[in-house]
Design a protein around this ligand. Structure first.
Ligand code: ADP
Ligand code: MG
Length: 403
């Protein structure tokens, strides 16, 4: 979850989705513009106006008649500090609109409930965890604690949502990065030594108890994925089985696009064009973490928002990581964990997390990927060195988790 988006807040940084459905028809406006230019070339003054208006009107009516031939209902709203794109196929327009409105409301609620620095349930939970006394967990927080504990263990704690104090110290608990220089090294080291872990939270039914006062929860690396999984579950309950829920490029796609696979554009890190196309049908999530999302530069060095819990400093070695997996929760946590793992350790951690396919772009611009990812990327943009790892055994586990 990046910056908060509400009236009066700064605009989102990531305005263009990194991944998107490529099957949309071209907008009709360009045609109208061409016709207008052609006709204006042949006449001037009021005559031109009449000549332009009448055919333009006819054309507009004609186009309005064919406007609904796309099988996909597309809508977009702001949530989790980014643009949410929703594509729905196979139900009537009214049903799709109702579903979209519902999801919009739910995402606003989730964003508020899991917000790492605005007042709300997360703030209360963090205050109570620090007391060391048991307390009843808010229902919106408990499942995230449970899932995060499991994913943290499987990632060897490289995905570690207990490091909220570190993220805060680096100035990323704010709508825009607050720092212009790294924090004091002694303060970073003290937080690393305190070693906050998800396993420091005791869960007993609905009761939570903090066993390490250094724990501060921050679900920024998993909340979007978990929210997308809830949204997909909700769409299915509403009888919608073909859809994409896309949060600024991190997405889960189910079913297909009117009998054809969904075609997803994977954007290059930092938003510089399309890196490759992925075809998706069935049920898959595609998530990316990168060192370019929320960051600041100091003396020519980039300091970004994904912190290596072992050092307390922003993760080094990887520029971006894209993972494909069944459920979005695991995909989100894994993309963050593998960015921390870097070029040396990503296959081991991906394996342990049961991840199906990975693409890691290192800081030298080399592409590291497993064979299943290599087989699926349709056209890797003119590119440099590609290093293929041995196959990931997580393939089967991933399919089970997502089905
Ligand atoms: P994005 O939100 O841009 O998709 P991520 O999913 O990688 O990116 O989440 C990054 C966010 O997760 C950070 O802003 C911070 O709130 C939190 N975070 C940073 N480092 C870690 C980490 N090692 N483990 C878990 N959460 C982290
Ligand atoms: Mg993540």
């Amino acid at each position: 979850m990046g910056a908060d988006i509400r009236p009066g807040r700064p605009a989102p940084r990531r305005l263009l989705p990194r991944g998107l459905d490529l099957g949309r028809p071209a907008p009709p406006k360009a045609w109208l513009w061409q016709v207008r230019r052609l006709i204006l070339g042949a006449a001037k003054g009021p005559a031109a106006l009449v000549i332009v208006l009448i055919p333009a009107l006819c054309l507009a009516l004609l186009l309005a008649g064919c406007r609904d031939d796309s099988p996909v209902y597309n809508t977009r709203f702001l949530a989790f500090g980014t643009l949410m794109d929703l594509s729905i196929v196979g139900v009537g327009r009214e049903e799709a609109e109702r579903a979209s409105q519902l999801l919009d409301q739910e995402f606003q609620f989730m964003h508020q409930a899991w917000h790492a620095w605005d007042p709300g349930p997360m703030g209360r939970v963090n205050t109570l965890l620090a007391t060391g006394k048991p307390f009843a967990a808010p229902p919106c927080i408990l499942p995230l604690v449970r899932q995060s504990q499991e994913l943290a263990t499987r990632s060897d704690n490289l995905f570690n949502p207990a490091i909220g104090h570190l993220v805060d110290l680096w100035g990323f608990h704010a709508d825009a990065p607050e720092r212009r220089a790294p924090p004091d090294k002694a303060r970073i080291d003290a937080l690393v030594r305190a070693n906050p872990l998800m396993s420091d939270i005791e869960v007993d039914g609905i009761l939570l108890r903090g066993k390490n006062p250094a724990v501060k929860l921050d679900f920024g690396a998993i909340g979007k994925g978990y929210g997308i999984d809830l949204a997909i579950a909700h769409l299915r309950e509403l009888g919608i089985h073909h859809a994409i829920v896309n949060a600024g490029g991190d997405l889960r796609a189910i079913g297909n696009r009117d009998g054809q696979p969904w075609r997803i554009a994977v954007r290059s890190p930092g938003g510089g064009g399309v890196l490759a196309i992925l075809q998706v049908s069935g049920d898959e999530s595609i998530f990316t973490s990168g060192d370019y999302e929320r960051n600041f530069t100091h003396e020519g060095k980039n300091y970004h928002h994904v912190i290596d819990p072992r050092t307390g400093w922003p993760a080094e070695g990887a520029h971006s990581v894209t993972v494909i997996h069944g459920d979005a929760t695991t995909a989100d946590a894994a993309a963050t964990a593998l960015l921390v793992a870097g070029p040396a350790r990503w296959p081991e951690i991906a394996q342990a997390m049961g991840i199906r396919s990975v693409l890691l772009i290192d800081q030298a611009g080399r592409y590291h990927m497993d064979p299943s990812m290599a087989a699926r990327l349709e056209s890797v943009a003119r590119h440099p060195e590609i290093i293929i790892s041995p196959p990931l055994a997580g393939d089967t586990a991933g399919r089970q988790a997502g089905s």
